[in-house]
Ligand binder design. Structure first.
Ligand SMILES: [Zn+2]
Ligand SMILES: [Zn+2]
Length: 372
């Protein structure tokens, strides 16, 4: 881009107005800004040149001189090259507004703020029984997490004398450097933005300020919690670094298998064994309840396998005090397999009534075992 023609550098016509120059410069400066082109020497050179061009063209006095005599004309008494504010005509805040603030923010945090880091989130899987999910439960959760070192209170330094003001940034946490007539600021490389350096590290944590520790906390799991539900314990995760906030602890709830009930959202399903004669004749069957105890339900004569009966509001609790779900009692017909001789007799009589021939060998078998 090496050219001394300031108009060409900015890509504007010689009669361009102030606004046009401003907007052209803004575009170019953003394109070649060192923060956007790290390690690119050419971009840096271009950036310097367009700064120089804008410095002149944005100032009506200088522009006049430049228009008449060229860059040479400004070398004599054109005014020294100042930093910010050296030229009344060039109001950089006006040109860039918040855009440059964004660029700086990308470059590393806010001015003078230590670069704190939030602690990591942790995940824990909690196994509970269906009864615990029904009643709600407080469970102890034991895990390892990073905590602030108790010895040094997280500073990483041995006592108050273990730190000193950072000599590079003099405690500010940021350092400035100039480029053209811009002053840039970045986190201090010596102290990482802390403003302090540790001269004598804490023995307990080796200067880290944090250490892993086994902890046990009680976590309340609300009644009605569902399989796979995730509870958040705010601030229960790893401690933050350099004064950063703690991470969160996430508890994923797993329900243990239950010997009687399957869960279907707020309903519970109970597979109820019913003897074949009971199903045929009808009667009462005994059903367990999640809250403990049992209840009896009536089944009509001729109940089929798989038929489901609903017991209202004997399921899991609803969220926020909503009514309980239902208990679904699903009939599972049990065909007897170890018949007593008498039962066998009755069944074959039933079979005869229904027009079924009992096989010959079966008859022989009956005779044998019945001693006939
Ligand atoms: Zn320590
Ligand atoms: Zn420093």
């Amino acid at each position: 881009m090496a050219s001394n023609d300031y108009y060409r550098l900015l890509g504007v016509a010689r009669n361009a107005g102030d606004d046009e120059i401003k907007s052209a410069y803004r575009k170019m400066a953003l394109k070649y800004h060192p923060d956007r082109n790290p390690g690119n020497d050419e971009a840096e050179a271009n950036f310097k040149e367009i700064n120089e061009a804008y410095e002149v063209l944005s100032n009506s006095d200088k522009r006049k001189i430049y228009d008449q005599f060229g860059a040479e004309g400004l070398k004599n008494g054109g005014g020294g090259r100042g930093g910010f504010g050296g030229f009344p005509g060039a109001d950089m805040g006006d040109v860039f507004g918040d855009l440059f603030e964004n660029l700086f923010a990308q470059g590393g945090g806010q001015r003078g703020q230590p670069r704190s880091r939030r602690g990591a989130d942790l995940k824990y899987e909690a196994q509970i029984t269906l009864e615990e999910a029904f009643n709600g439960v407080k469970i102890p959760v034991s895990f390892d997490r990073t905590e602030l070192c108790a010895e040094c209170d997280g500073t990483g330094a041995r006592g108050k004398t273990g730190v000193k003001k950072c000599p590079t940034c003099r405690g500010a946490g940021r350092v400035q450097y100039s480029q053209g007539f811009f002053a840039f600021s970045q986190a201090c490389p010596e102290c990482g933005g802390q403003g302090e350096v540790i001269t004598s590290p804490c023995k307990a944590c080796g200067g880290q300020g944090r250490s892993k520790k086994g902890v046990s906390i009680n976590v309340k799991i609300p009644a009605g919690v569902e399989e796979g539900a995730v509870l958040r314990v705010s601030g229960g995760g790893d401690a933050g670094a350099k004064g950063g906030a703690s991470g969160d602890l996430y508890i994923e709830v797993r329900l243990k298998h239950h010997s009687h009930f399957e869960r279907n959202k707020r309903d519970l399903v109970y597979e109820c064994p019913v003897a074949v004669w009971q199903a045929a004749l009808g009667g009462e069957v005994d059903v367990p309840l999640i809250e403990g105890g049992r209840t009896k339900i009536k089944i009509p004569s001729g109940t089929q396998h798989g038929k489901t009966f609903r017991v209202s509001e004997k399921g899991m609790p609803g969220p926020g005090g909503r009514p309980r779900g239902d208990l679904m009692v699903k009939v599972k017909l049990e065909i007897p397999h170890d018949l007593t001789p008498r039962q066998r007799e009755l069944f074959s009589e039933l079979a005869g009534l229904a027009g079924h021939e009992v096989p010959e060998e079966e008859k022989g078998f009956f005779k044998k075992i019945l001693g006939q």
